[in-house]
Write a protein that binds this ligand. Structure first.
Ligand code: URP
Ligand code: ZN
Ligand code: ZN
Length: 480
């Protein structure tokens, strides 16, 4: 029986913060209160002066992803180990079937790859094509496998891009099943056209990447996906919102009463598009990801969205490629594998840039790094909450500890860090996963295979407001 007593910290949940001890036993939180006594054999942690928060949940990672002709550096062990070192105790990764590949086959493949995970994990499943078998397998995934979200890439033409017909069919099916459709919002046709136009102007380097994916390309796709979801009356979650055009689309829809949710990447909040003009190809290429880093003004829009509650979760899109992999696009920016890291740094970057700056309270930090994801993907309060009965996934947070983020000291296998040189104040002192100490003041004790697959049940009857749709379709008095 493993037992852990975390003494004297300030427990921070999304709704309030209070001084309390936390006792865990066999992977669960069994008591939260004052003056708790440690059972014999329990390990005690002194959390005086520190915060005790639910472990981070990163709703958007790509470990061991085969993409753009190569495979990411981090597999499910190295990636989740890095996550634990940064205080993130769960990830939701993506099963991405090739077009025409049966969904269940791809799902089983990813489940196999993920067996070595050191932290708990789940999967969104991408819909990259459509036929009756896809429709049927979406049902199996929801009803038997605990998948309650499906991803749609509106970009990456001639690869995994989803056209409007597939979007509509899949959104409709997700609604029937009580599953959340999610979108990568970029108009893939426009990206394809702009890539060739930029190349025709003689721009072949990484500076061409943001030119081929301007904010309006993201704004168009976000508005389109939101409009489709509105007609079908299904909620929608927009991943990696990077610009004010997409953030505004979400805010407008929410103001109309539509259930639309937005995710922001730590990188998009603090890194700007000047990185693509770096004279060194490797440095500029290392930042190539989609949607690209944006001009600084967009960062302010994203922060405001998080503060106002129009944007809900933070993620990393952790998808690491090394310099040799990025070099494939030396003569053509469109061939540079898209992706950057950050799963280890997300919490520290958000605390430093969000809480220390006064933009976020510690409770708001917990909301956007853990609780909101748990709620939106239906694993709350098992995850995302420090409360009796919840999983003992915790981070003890030292608000005065500091470190300089660097590829030299990161645990990810990637050879680059998009936050390189950033000095952050507020870092994890301890990470606890399933009641086990997996990170203790610099000592990472991640164990391959310790992570569990977490089933996420379908949403219930109130998932969509079907009545409103019926009302909307009824003829107006003037037409009658
Ligand atoms: O550039 C990115 N984001 N790579 C990973 C795939 C995706 O679009 O999420
Ligand atoms: Zn994406
Ligand atoms: Zn992604």
């Amino acid at each position: 029986m493993t037992s852990l007593l975390i003494r004297g910290g300030t427990v921070v949940n999304a709704d309030h913060a209070f001084v309390a001890d936390v006792l865990t036993q066999d992977g669960k939180i069994v008591a939260v209160g004052s003056q708790l006594t440690a059972p014999s054999g329990a390990t005690t942690i002194d959390a005086g002066g520190q915060y005790v928060m639910p472990g981070g949940i990163d709703p958007h990672t790509h470990m061991q992803l085969p993409f753009m002709g190569t495979v990411t550096m981090d597999d499910f062990f190295s990636g989740t180990a890095a996550a634990l070192a940064g205080g993130t105790t769960s990830i939701i990764d993506f099963v991405i079937p090739n077009p025409q590949q049966p969904l269940m086959e791809a799902y089983q493949t990813w489940r196999g790859w993920a067996e070595k995970s050191a932290s708990d994990y789940g999967f969104h499943v991408a819909i990259t094509w459509w036929d009756e078998s896809v429709k049927r397998d979406m049902g199996r995934l929801v009803q038997q496998e605990g998948v309650n979200s499906f991803k749609h890439f509106m970009a990456y033409k001639n690869a995994i891009m989803c056209d409007d017909e597939t979007l509509v069919n899949s959104f409709q099916r997700a609604l029937e099943l009580g599953a959340m459709p999610t979108v990568h919002a970029e108009n893939g046709e426009l990206v394809y056209l702009l890539q060739s136009e930029v190349a025709a102007r003689g721009i072949r380097g990484p500076e061409g990447h943001p030119l081929s994916r301007p904010p309006s390309v993201e704004g168009e796709a976000a508005n389109r996906a939101i409009a489709i979801a509105e007609v079908l009356n299904v909620p929608i979650y927009v991943v990696h919102v990077s610009c004010m055009e997409a953030a505004d689309a979400i805010a407008r829809a929410r103001a109309r009463g539509q259930r639309v949710y937005g995710e922001v990447l730590a990188g998009h909040l603090v890194v700007d598009d000047s990185v693509y003009r770096h004279p060194d190809f490797a440095t500029a290429a290392a930042h190539v990801m989609s949607p690209p880093f944006r001009a600084k003004g967009h960062q302010e829009a994203l922060w405001r969205g998080l503060q106002a509650g129009h944007l809900h979760t933070t993620a990393t899109d952790h998808c690491t490629f090394c310099a040799a992999q990025k070099a494939v696009g030396k003569e053509d920016f469109a061939k540079i594998p898209n992706g950057t890291g950050g799963v280890e740094e997300r919490l520290a970057v958000l605390w430093d840039a969000g809480v220390n700056s006064g933009r976020l309270t510690p409770s708001e930090f917990v909301a956007i790094t853990s609780a909101n994801t748990a709620k939106l993907f239906n694993i709350y309060p098992q995850k995302g909450c420090v409360a009796v009965g919840a999983d003992a996934d915790l981070v003890v947070w030292d608000p005065s500890g500091s470190k300089t983020l660097s590829a030299k000291t990161q645990h990810s296998k990637g050879d680059f860090n998009i936050f390189e040189g950033r000095c952050v104040t507020g870092i994890p002192s301890h990470t606890i996963s399933q009641g086990e100490l997996v990170y203790v003041q610099g000592d990472l004790r991640a164990r391959a295979g310790a992570g569990r697959y977490i089933k996420r049940p379908a949403f219930g009857a109130n998932f969509s407001a079907a009545k409103r749709r019926a009302d909307a379709l009824a003829p107006s008095p003037v037409q009658r």
